[in-house]
Write a protein that binds this ligand. Structure first.
Ligand code: SAH
Length: 240
């Protein structure tokens, strides 16, 4: 009597089951994977971010590879982290919230001001067609470009320069995200926003900032709303 219709498939089935069990155990045992999963569930989903595409990229982007080795063990914690040169990588929830407010789409061209570690650019790059990102500190621009290249993000271009000027050669942008806080919204960025486009930025002084969303309507008029208080590193004035 045959329990298996095709006897040769028995060892194969056993191998497949063993491989599945080993992969499951390895993933469950990997502390980074566990912390990463928890970050999305406890910090992002639980605070109301529901967009499945944003949750997916927040789950799959290796945040620990964007931070210096001395803070790597804290990469998935509910906080911003220092990345050198008085810059910080934003708290994961703030990255997700700003991404949701910007609402990037697969056909969009997006500008980011304040590349920092390159992490926010990596998130945007997976949701938009092209990302252009400007960083004023040469060392950060260089290391972010290297990280993004090594991780295979091919649609993100990093430039060292002054974010107050935007990136006129690549304008207009469907979305602009500013990740350092200027005291007021730079005029050049509003000019470089396309009609129907959105801009998300922290605006204010070191102690008193609010996250704002600007929408440029089809007729060119600007609608501005405030979302919540935030705390970002100040945007360095031009020429400093
Ligand atoms: N988005 C980053 C975090 C940005 S922190 C990330 O995902 O890691 C803010 C960054 O803005 C810092 O790296 C800082 O050097 C940069 N910055 C400050 N003033 C700037 C300016 N005028 N133009 C461009 N970048 C600026």
């Amino acid at each position: 009597m045959k329990a298996w219709r095709n006897e040769s498939s028995f060892p194969l089935a056993i191998c497949a089951i063993l491989a599945f069990l080993m992969t499951t155990l390895l993933v469950a045992d990997d502390p980074v994977t566990l912390q990463h999963e928890r970050m999305v569930a406890d910090q992002i989903e639980s605070r109301g971010i529901r967009n499945p595409d944003i949750l997916r990229v927040m789950r799959s982007t290796p945040r620990h590879l964007f931070v210096p080795t001395n803070v790597r063990s804290m990469a998935y914690e509910d906080r911003p982290l220092p990345i050198g040169y008085r810059a910080t990588i934003s708290q994961p929830y703030i990255v997700a919230l700003m991404t949701e407010l910007l609402a990037p789409a697969k056909k969009h061209r997006v500008l980011e001001i304040g590349t920092g570690s390159g992490y926010q650019a990596a998130i945007l790059g997976q949701l938009a067609a092209e990302v252009y990102t400007v960083e004023i500190v040469p060392e950060l621009a260089r290391s972010a470009a290297k990280t993004l290249r090594e991780l295979g993000y091919t649609n993100i271009t990093v430039r060292q320069g002054d974010g107050y000027k935007g990136w006129p050669e690549r304008a207009p942008f469907d979305g602009i995200m500013v990740t350092a806080a200027p005291p007021e919204l730079p005029e050049a960025l509003i000019t470089q926003l396309s009609r129907g486009g959105r801009l998300v930025a922290p605006i204010g002084s070191v102690w008193d900032q609010e996250l704002i969303v600007i929408e440029k309507k089809a007729d060119g008029t600007i609608k501005r709303r405030s979302v919540c208080p935030v705390s970002f590193v100040p945007m360095k004035p031009a020429g400093r």
